[in-house]
Write a protein that binds this ligand. Structure first.
Ligand code: ADP
Length: 557
C-alpha cells in the first residue's frame, strides 16, 4: 500500500514536471514565433524599400537603353573617320532628349583635353540632330565628364562591356561608349538630369503610389537630401521629420548619392498585431495549463479519497465481524447456562435474560444499520412521508427508548417552540435520524451527561437540534463525519465502539426527506447537530427527495 502511494506521488510529480516542461517550451516557441513575425514584417518592409531604390534606378534606363544595342566597333570607326555624330547615335540621343528626365545632352570625344577651354564640349541639338558647340554650360557638366574619364582611366584595361554609366550624384548621368575590341573609349555623353522633374514628377508621386500613407504601409518615409539636410518628399505629410526618430535608412547605391530614404516604422501595425496574437495565445495556454493541473489534482484527490474509503471499508469488515461475534458469544454462553437448567436463582435468571435481550438488541441495531447502508447503496430506500406534529414524533421516540436513555444516566431536556408547524417526513426516517443523533450524543459524552433536544422554526423549515456537552469534533474532521465509514481519529473516539455508519445513514434519510443537516461543534466542549425538515408537502420536495435515482417516495394521503 505504501509502495503504491509512493508510486502515485512519483507519477503526480512526473506529470507536473511534464506540464512545466511543455508549458515552458510552448511559451518559448510563442515568444520565438512572435519575434520572427515581427522580424519578418520588418524584413518585408525593408525589402520593399530596397525594391523602391531599384525602381528609381530603372527609371534612368529606358531613355538610353538603345545605346547598349549599338555596334560599338562600327560607331568607333565612324567617329574616328568623320569626327561627326553618326546617325545611329543621333537617333538614340533624339529619343533620349524627349524624356523630361533630361534637360540637355552634352557630348565629348575621348581625347578632349580640358573642360576649361570649352570648345571641346558639344551639345546635342535636337532640332538639327547635330552636335553644336556648347556655350555657357553649367560647371557640373565638366564634373560629370571628368569623373567618368578618371574612372575609365582606371577601369579600361579590364573592362569588357560596351558602355559604362557613371552618376554624378543627382546632377548628371554620363555614359562612356567603349569599343570592347581594344578596350578604347569611343565618346562620352552626359545627360543632365532635371532635378525638379525627378523629385516632383517622379520620386514624390512614386513614394505615395508604392507605399501609400503611414496607415497603409506601417511606415513614414522621407526622401532626404542629407548634404543640405532638406526633406524633398514624404509619403505622409502629417508626420513631422525628426532625425532622432529615424529607424532605418535606404540609400540609392551609386545613383543619387546625396539623397536617401529615411524611415520611421509604425508600432501600431504589425508589431501590435503580433503582440495581440502573443497575448491571446498566452492566455489560451495558461487556461489550458490551469485546467490540466486542476484535473490532475482532482484525479489525485479522488484517488486518495477512494483509497482511504477502501482502507476504512477494510477496517469496518474486521471490526464488524468482531462486533457480531461478541453479542453472539454472550448470548450463546447465557443460553447454554439457561439450557443446562443449573441456574435456579431467580435474580441470576433475570440477569441472563437481560444479557440475552440487550445483546440481541445490539445485534439487531447493527444488522439494521448494515441493511440500511446496503439499501442506500442499492438505491432501494422507500419512504412514505406524511404530515406529522414533530413534538409527537419526539415523544414517541423518547417513550420507546426511555430505558436505554435512562440506562446511560441521561435525562433529555426537550424544548419545543410554540406553534411549530407540522413537518412532512417519513416516520421511520425520523426515528432513525433522531435515534442515531441521540445515541451519538450519549456515546460521545463526557462526565457531564447533557442531552438537549430542541425544535424551532426557520423560514420554511422546522429545525430539530440535538445537543450534547461531550467530546466535540475537531474542526478539520467536521466535514468528513457524514462520510460512510469515517470515524474521527482521536483517543476519545477510539474508546467508543462504532463503525462510522450512523451519520452517513442520518444524512441519507435527511436528504431523502428533503431536509438538510449541519453540525456546530467545539472540541472537548460538545456538539449541536441541527436537521431541517420541510414544513409541508410541496411538489418541489418530491424533486429534492429523489436524490437517489432509484429511491422511492410514496405520499401518504
Ligand atoms: P460511529 O459513531 O459508529 O463511529 P457515526 O457515523 O455515527 O459513526 O459518527 C462518525 C464519527 O463522528 C464518530 O466516529 C465520531 O468520531 C464523530 N461523532 C459523531 N457524533 C458525535 C458527537 N455527538 N460528539 C462527538 N463526536 C461525534
Amino acid at each position: 500500500m505504501r509502495k503504491l502511494l509512493r508510486i502515485r506521488w512519483i507519477l503526480l510529480g512526473m506529470a507536473f514536471l511534464a506540464i512545466v516542461g511543455l508549458t515552458g517550451m510552448n511559451v518559448y516557441s510563442l515568444y520565438a514565433l512572435h519575434e520572427s513575425t515581427v522580424k519578418a514584417t520588418a524584413d518585408a518592409q525593408k525589402n520593399q524599400l530596397a525594391d523602391f531604390s531599384y525602381t528609381v534606378r530603372n527609371r534612368f534606363r529606358p531613355p538610353v537603353e538603345s545605346i547598349w544595342r549599338l555596334n560599338m566597333e562600327q560607331l568607333h570607326a565612324d567617329i574616328s573617320s568623320t569626327h561627326q555624330l553618326p546617325s545611329q547615335l543621333a537617333d538614340v540621343l533624339e529619343e533620349a532628349s524627349k524624356d523630361p528626365l533630361f534637360e540637355e545632352i552634352y557630348f565629348a570625344f575621348p581625347n578632349y583635353e580640358s573642360c576649361s577651354t570649352g570648345n571641346e564640349i558639344m551639345r546635342f541639338d535636337v532640332d538639327s540632330k547635330q552636335l553644336v558647340e556648347a556655350v555657357d554650360f553649367p560647371e557640373y557638366v565638366c564634373d560629370g565628364f571628368g569623373l567618368t574619364r578618371s574612372r575609365m582611366n582606371v577601369l579600361i584595361n579590364d573592362y569588357r562591356f560596351n558602355t559604362k554609366v557613371v552618376f554624378d550624384t543627382h546632377r548628371s548621368m554620363t555614359v562612356a561608349l567603349i569599343n570592347p575590341r581594344g578596350n578604347v573609349v569611343v565618346a562620352y555623353i552626359a545627360f543632365i538630369i532635371d532635378t525638379n522633374f525627378l523629385i516632383s514628377d517622379f520620386l514624390a508621386p512614386q513614394l505615395v503610389e508604392v507605399f501609400g500613407s503611414r496607415e497603409q504601409s506601417g511606415m513614414t518615409i522621407w526622401l532626404h537630401d542629407w548634404v543640405r539636410n532638406e526633406v524633398l518628399a514624404v509619403n505622409d505629410d502629417d508626420v513631422e521629420y525628426n532625425r532622432r526618430n529615424i529607424q532605418y535608412i535606404q540609400r540609392f547605391p551609386d545613383l543619387l548619392d546625396n539623397w536617401n530614404l529615411k524611415v520611421l516604422f509604425d508600432k501600431d501595425t504589425a508589431a501590435m498585431a503580433a503582440q495581440t496574437a502573443l497575448v491571446r495565445n498566452l492566455i489560451v495556454l495558461s487556461g489550458g495549463v490551469v485546467l490540466l493541473i486542476g484535473s490532475l489534482l482532482v484525479m489525485f484527490i479522488i484517488s486518495q479519497r477512494e483509497r482511504s474509503l477502501v482502507d476504512r471499508q477494510a477496517g469496518f469488515i474486521a471490526n464488524v465481524t468482531h462486533e457480531l461475534k461478541t453479542p453472539l458469544a454472550v448470548m450463546q454462553a447465557a443460553g447454554e447456562n439457561l439450557a443446562d437448567g443449573r441456574v435456579k436463582d431467580p435474580e441470576r435468571l433475570k440477569t441472563y435474560g437481560q444479557h440475552i435481550h440487550n445483546e440481541s438488541l445490539r445485534l439487531r441495531s447493527m444488522i439494521e444499520k448494515l441493511l440500511d447502508v446496503a439499501r442506500s447503496d442499492a438505491g432501494q430506500h422507500q419512504i412514505k412521508p406524511a404530515v406529522y406534529n414533530i413534538a409527537d414524533l419526539i415523544e414517541s421516540y423518547l417513550a420507546e427508548n426511555k430505558s436505554l436513555i435512562a440506562g446511560n444516566n441521561f435525562e433529555p431536556h426537550v424544548e419545543i417552540e410554540e406553534n411549530v408547524p407540522p413537518v412532512f417526513v417519513d416516520k421511520d426516517s425520523f426515528a432513525t435520524i433522531l435515534g442515531n443523533l441521540v445515541e451519538n450524543a450519549m456515546k460521545y459524552s463526557s462526565d457531564e451527561k447533557y442531552l438537549g433536544i430542541r425544535v424551532l422554526t426557520n423560514g420554511k423549515m422546522v429545525v430539530l437540534e440535538v445537543e450534547d456537552h461531550g467530546h466535540g469534533i475537531p474542526s478539520k474532521a467536521q466535514k468528513h463525519i457524514f462520510d460512510k465509514f469515517y470515524r474521527v481519529e482521536d483517543p476519545l473516539t477510539a474508546r467508543t465502539k462504532g463503525h462510522g455508519l450512523g451519520l452517513s445513514i442520518v444524512k441519507t434519510h435527511v436528504l431523502l426527506n428533503g431536509g438538510k443537516i449541519d453540525v456546530k461543534s467545539n472540541y472537548r466542549k460538545g456538539s449541536i447537530f441541527s436537521v431541517q425538515f420541510p414544513k409541508q408537502k410541496v411538489s418541489e420536495n418530491a424533486a429534492k427527495i429523489s436524490i437517489n435515482s432509484e429511491s422511492k417516495v410514496e405520499y401518504a394521503n
